[in-house]
Design a protein around this ligand. Structure first.
Ligand code: AMP
Ligand code: ZN
Length: 501
């Protein structure tokens, strides 16, 4: 296989960007924590999954074979008051917990399709991997890093921390002392040796609905355990990338590392990647705080926070405009700007793909314009190679767009750009927009609109030639004719634009 370009990825473990070298050259194993399917995904969840979709797509673009594992949490994720989220959802809707899981898994998949994300290679469910989780609890017990208390099994955090210096806290940066005050698992506090210990198996209470037999009790696995067991099963003891939202660093990812380390004696992932939060009114978007917009509200224009509907691809573009490690505040103004940017970049691409590549006008030398465009193409990929910086890539594409518009309007003579540079631009635009960013051209009936774009490109080219020859009669005739057909033509400083009335 060919040598990959150097790629830098920010690693939460070191707090720095590091050169990415997969364990097996050419192959990447990536695990991303999936949704807890007890209610509809909100836009914040979608941001994280769209970010990892872009990361997955870019790794594929670089030529890696990627095994992308994203789980479905359908048991064991407890609320702050110790109730299983699935069981709580089931009680509220008077359904079987599995009906709840099925309903919201289907809803999640629908939403992921609407956002045009690629399906993961494997999507394991926690409930489908109970034997693997029980086996992991057994191994951790055998290694002396957990203890049983009244049918529940707890991970012994102080013992693990003492035996493996620098491991506990390596993801979240927390020190053990903080955990006295921060631990959220209030339910079985009195059974634990230390407040930082956490349950890896929980004995069921009479009200618990999702329970399994185990050597310790009829109960269910702790929430963090599924990701440890399933990542090991499908990606091995140590794999390349583990991802999730920032808010999962603690306790979920910290405890995952402890369990993997406890069971296998090694760190599970070489790179830990964390996406930043989508904010609403400056605060993390979160269902439990009631601070959410659902994607559907956004698409239909029924959210109190927005003035109009926004299409899924405009929203995806809005997310891509920010780097995945920056917070992103969702506002009507921000969405409106993103929509405008999305429509413009799509129009630029349509114009570009219809540009003729006229080898006859080319004198064989590399022009300044060629060099400027090639430098922008380099910048776009360099941005992506530097920790997936989509914001830089979009800015570079927009700058290329100015050249494309000038070329289409004959403000740049066709001979000033080499035919191969135009061909390269065409490939770069479609690769970025569709393969890497995962955008779709949403224009209604894109075949018809493609034909119209092609015709308009030709008509405006003829008009441009007439104007260059000061043939104002022909130029006016074209403009008036188009106007009669319901198309207005505007001569602006960035070139000629047109719109249907
Ligand atoms: P959950 O279903 O709560 O486990 O969350 C699924 C994923 O969405 C996790 O990776 C979370 O970190 C992520 N997430 C939750 N809220 C937000 C938010 N406001 N912005 C971005 N990602 C989020
Ligand atoms: Zn997880």
């Amino acid at each position: 296989m060919t040598e990959q370009r150097p790629l830098k990825i920010h690693n939460t473990l070191s707090g720095k960007k590091e050169e990415f070298r997969p364990i097996t050259p050419g192959y990447v194993g990536m695990y991303v924590c999936g949704p807890t399917v007890y209610n509809d995904v909100h836009l914040g969840n979608c941001r994280t999954f769209c970010s990892f979709d872009m990361i997955y797509r870019y790794l594929l673009h670089l030529g890696y074979k990627v095994r992308y594992v994203r789980n479905i949490t359908d048991v064991g994720h407890l609320t702050d008051d110790g109730e299983d989220r699935m069981a709580k959802g089931a009680k509220v809707a008077q359904l079987e917990p599995m009906e709840v899981a099925q309903r919201y898994t289907v809803g999640f998949h629908d939403m992921m399709r609407i956002f045009n994300t690629l399906p993961p290679s494997i999507e394991p469910r926690a409930t489908g991997h109970i034997p693997e989780q029980i086996e992991m609890v057994q191994t951790i017990l055998e290694r002396g890093l957990a203890y049983e208390r009244n049918g529940s099994v707890y991970f012994d955090v102080p013992k693990f921390a003492a035996e493996n210096e620098g491991v506990y806290g390596s993801v979240s940066g927390r020190v053990l002392e903080d955990l006295y005050t921060e631990t959220r698992e209030l339910k079985s506090q009195e059974e634990k040796n230390h407040p930082a210990d956490f349950a890896i198996w929980m004995k069921a209470r009479p009200q618990d609905l999702m329970v399994w037999n185990s050597p310790w009790s009829v109960g269910f696995p702790g929430w963090h355990l599924e990701c440890s067991a399933m990542s090991t099963k499908y990606l091995g003891k140590t794999f390349d990338i583990h991802g999730g939202g920032n808010d999962l660093k603690f306790p979920h990812h910290e405890n995952e590392v402890a369990q993997n380390h406890g069971a296998c004696g090694c760190h599970p992932a070489n790179f830990w990647m964390h996406t930043n939060m989508l904010l609403l009114n400056g605060k993390k978007m979160s269902k439990s705080d009631g601070n959410t917009i659902s994607p559907t509200e956004l698409f239909t224009g029924t959210s109190e926070h927005t003035s109009k509907p926004y299409s899924p691809m405009a929203v995806r573009f809005f997310m891509l405009m920010a780097h995945y490690r920056s917070t992103l505040d969702i506002t009507d103004d921000g969405l409106m700007a993103a929509e405008k940017g999305f429509l413009k970049i799509m129009e630029t691409n349509r114009i570009l793909q219809n540009l003729p590549v006229n080898a006859r006008d080319f004198d064989g030398s590399e022009s300044d314009t060629d060099r400027a465009i090639l430098a922008l193409i380099h910048d776009a990929f360099a941005g992506m190679d530097d920790d997936f910086n989509t914001a830089i890539a979009i800015a570079s594409l927009n700058e290329m767009g100015s050249f494309i518009h000038k070329l289409a309007n004959q403000q740049i003579a066709p001979g000033e750009i080499s035919p191969w540079v135009i061909e390269r631009l065409k490939t770069v635009f479609s690769t970025f927009l569709f393969d890497i960013f995962g955008l779709q051209d949403e224009s209604a009936n894109s075949n018809d609109s493609g034909t119209l774009e092609g015709l308009m490109g030709l008509i405006l080219e003829i008009r441009g030639q007439a104007r260059a020859q000061k043939d104002w009669a022909t130029s006016d005739k074209i403009r008036d004719g188009l106007s009669a057909a319901g198309i207005t033509v505007k001569d602006g400083k960035d070139g000629v634009t047109w719109a249907k009335a």
